[in-house]
Design a protein around this ligand. Structure first.
Ligand code: ADP
Ligand code: MG
Length: 727
């Protein structure tokens, strides 16, 4: 039923609800859940209000109203109780509301007084809040100048049922719904939402069909949908509310997992994949010549990959491993399996610098095998490029390393059997699919995606639900921990002395400036000012400094980067472009400026740039003195642990999964309405197990009792964006 036909909603409100909340039908409205609950029956006395209360409801009389114009001075149009009689239409009209920036409304309930502050909707409120009139004010208290005020409170007229100040009626919970300024201005206040919800339940519930099969509800102890919807909006009591929440979260996560797992089942039954039965000679030669034994984790992962490749089905595997865990080694050995079976392999990196580094790194491992490899990037010369194209086409090049240049139409493979993608989140779906089209063997190439961004398990299960996941959870032996230190500006002289000492020992240093937005001028200014300051304290020719940032021409950037990598510069001043980049084992110090502006996983990535050599390494997090609670928590975590997975879990708890590095670009494949990947891990596990059991028994959902599942899965909400699917 169209929302417009719900009592209390006309065309205008319908439009608002559609625009602001994407609510089009009564069903949509019922699925808009409160994000918290309040006990609106209790009214607090002003003298009992505390700034740490989650919300505050007071019943008070307007005493005076002051208007302030842009310069912060009173506009001279203020009015108080005794002036009220003088307020007339003439004076009202004289007020130029477009010049008013702030309205301060002083209210009193006899126990004390409090200020209500408005920055928006001033004219409307000015007309309503007449001195001498009593209202109910509701909102989140804030502490300001040692007093408590409420900014943009909800304002309601006092009615016969309003409790007196300090009174509390029998505690009933009222849902609080997402709102916007536009909705409020359009009269859709919290109270109106509650009324609409009641109407929606009355009208809509009888038409709402159960969305989970009876047998699943029984098996998993879930309450029926009608009960859940009633109690999520108007909880009968705490227990009913919990049951309602559990059911709705379970349902959401269940269908999400069912959808992901179904894709996986379909794919694995499709039996299309290049059969690579043997390990091959090249692999063995490389393996025997390795300068170190593989770690247990590396061995395990290679076995997993090997099993995929000989299964006859296409490999779609995500390899997660912290920085320095030795993913390159795994990539090389995987590529050599493809070679050993007579196929070509490609390794794609997100940047030119990374591609070069990969290429350089793998040469020493390939040397004993005699396999020919090449590097193809945007800056490869035409003649070189022609030669590489020919080598790929006739199959004389076995392994090609490169950037996006690899997916150009002019690149033709003789028989591409494997694609390894480093840092996959930087490649778009479209780009990847162009690569797959290059397969000329009748079956898509095996795919190994490598990421150094640890993804919490619950998130991986969702983002990559249709991929198999391997984790390297062990660092090569002998790795020295990186000592992480937090310092503020006052410590700068000490920092410089420390840096000089390290340089005197022959070490190199990274200094990184935040670059949140490539186009933001301010960020470059901070980098440039910082660079000047550093060069002043570390003057040429005693010290050599290189600067690298995203706005430089590629040649300049590469030249400077190489200067540092080759040890010709002591200090590299950079933006976060080096995040996934260079491997400079001699660098022992990573200084991160304005560290509070980086996310946890970014800080962790940056820190991973040091500690790669045999020397003790340090990461210095420079911040301002004043830190938000969240920033402080982040910095403390960084100092406390080096475990990327632990940090990722914390990051997700703090910021929510949608903001995590790696998910920002594409977003989550589905938007969750009520469940949280960060907080509902247990429900997610239960839902996934249940979905898995259903599919094991009936992979195509054809049995009678699963018809409802089939129908639900077709809903838009469960159409997962083609995002984690990489083939
Ligand atoms: P990642 O790509 O996962 O960040 P790398 O593959 O660059 O890590 O490996 C980091 C360093 O560790 C490299 O210098 C590599 O040669 C070395 N390395 C890899 N595997 C081992 C191992 N099993 N034992 C000792 N060193 C290793
Ligand atoms: Mg690497």
């Amino acid at each position: 039923m169209d929302i417009q036909f719900l009592p209390g909603v006309g065309p205008k409100r319908a439009e608002l609800l559609r625009k602001e909340l994407a609510v089009e039908t009564v069903g949509d409205l019922l699925r808009l859940y409160p994000f918290r609950y309040i006990d609106k029956s209790s009214v607090v006395r002003i003298c009992d209000a505390r700034p740490d209360m989650a919300y505050l409801q007071i019943r008070a009389m307007v005493m005076r109203v002051d208007l302030y114009s842009a310069n912060g001075k009173p506009s001279g149009n203020g009015m108080s109780l005794d002036q009220e009689s003088q307020r007339g239409a003439a004076k009202d009209n004289a007020i130029k509301f477009n010049t008013i920036r702030r309205m301060s409304v002083w209210v009193s309930d006899g126990s004390g007084d409090m200020e209500m502050v408005f920055f928006k909707g001033i004219k409307w409120m000015w007309e309503r809040l007449k001195p001498g009139t009593e209202f109910i004010f509701f909102g989140k208290p804030t502490a300001f100048n040692g007093r408590i005020n409420i900014v943009h409170p909800e304002v309601d007229a006092v009615s016969g049922t309003t409790p007196a100040a300090g009174a509390s009626a029998d505690g009933t919970m009222t849902g609080v719904y997402p709102s916007t300024e536009r909705l409020k201005n359009g009269g859709v206040t919290g109270k109106v939402m509650n009324r609409l919800m009641e109407a929606a339940l009355n009208k809509g519930l009888p038409q709402t069909e159960e969305s989970l099969p009876e047998y699943i509800m029984k098996q998993c102890g879930l309450v029926p949908l009608h009960f859940a919807l009633r109690n999520i909006h108007f909880p009968k009591d705490m227990i009913s509310l919990e049951k309602a929440k559990y059911r709705l979260k379970f349902e959401e996560l269940f269908y999400l997992q069912l959808s992901l797992l179904k894709q996986k089942y379909v794919r694995s039954r499709a039996e299309q994949g290049i059969h690579m039965p043997k390990v091959g000679e090249a692999f063995n030669k490389c393996y025997e010549a390795l300068p170190f034994p593989l770690t247990g984790a590396q061995k395990r992962v290679i076995t997993e990959i090997r099993n995929d490749m000989k299964s006859g089905r296409q490999m779609n595997r995500l390899l997660q491993g912290d920085v320095g865990s030795g993913k390159t080694m795994v990539a090389v050995l995987t590529a050599l399996i493809a070679i050993g079976n007579g196929f070509q392999a490609c390794i794609m990196a997100p940047t030119e610098v990374l591609a070069q580094q990969h290429y350089k790194n793998i040469q020493k491992f390939l040397a004993p095998t005699g396999v020919k490899s090449a590097l193809l990037t945007g800056s490869s010369k035409t003649s070189e490029r022609r030669e590489i194209h020919a080598g790929l086409e006739d199959g004389s090049i076995g392994i090609i390393v490169g950037t996006h240049a690899l997916i150009e139409d002019t690149v033709v493979f003789r028989n591409l059997g494997l694609a390894i993608i480093d840092e996959q989140h930087r490649f778009g779906v479209e780009q990847r699919s162009r690569l797959w089209k290059k397969a000329s063997c009748g079956a898509p190439p095996h795919v190994l995606v490598m990421t150094a961004t640890p993804i919490p398990r619950t998130l991986a299960m969702t983002l990559y639900g249709d991929l198999d996941v391997s984790v390297i959870d062990e660092l090569p032996p002998g790795r020295k921990p990186v000592q992480t230190i937090h310092a503020t500006d006052g410590k700068r002289p000490a920092l410089y002395k420390f840096m000089r000492d390290e340089i005197a020992k022959g070490r190199q240093i990274f200094i990184v400036y935040p670059l949140i937005n490539e186009t933001e001028k301010l960020d470059y200014q901070s980098l440039e000012a910082g660079a000047e300051e550093i060069i002043k304290h570390f003057p040429f020719p005693d010290y050599k400094t290189a600067v690298v940032h995203g706005k430089q021409l590629n040649d300049v950037k590469n030249f400077n980067m190489e200067a540092f990598a080759a040890g010709r510069a002591d200090i590299l001043i950079a933006t976060s472009v080096i995040e996934v980049g260079v491997d400079v084992p001699n660098a022992s110090v990573m200084v991160i400026e304005s560290a509070e502006r980086f996310g946890l996983s970014q800080l962790h990535q940056l820190r991973g740039r040091v500690g790669r050599g045999s020397e003790k390494s340090y990461c210095v997090l420079m911040t301002g003195h004043k830190l938000s609670k969240e920033s402080r928590h982040r910095i403390e975590l960084m100092c406390a642990t080096e475990n990327g997975f632990e940090l990722a879990e914390e990051d997700m708890k703090m910021r929510g999964p949608g903001d995590l590095e790696g998910t920002q670009q594409s977003g989550l494949p589905i938007s969750l309405n009520i469940a949280s990947l960060a907080k509902d891990g247990l429900i997610l596990n239960a839902a996934r197990d249940c979905a898995d059991a259903v599919l094991k028994e009936d992979p195509t959902l054809t049995s009678d009792r699963n018809q409802l599942l089939r129908k639900e899965l077709k809903k838009d909400k469960y159409q997962i964006k083609d995002y984690s699917k990489i083939s």
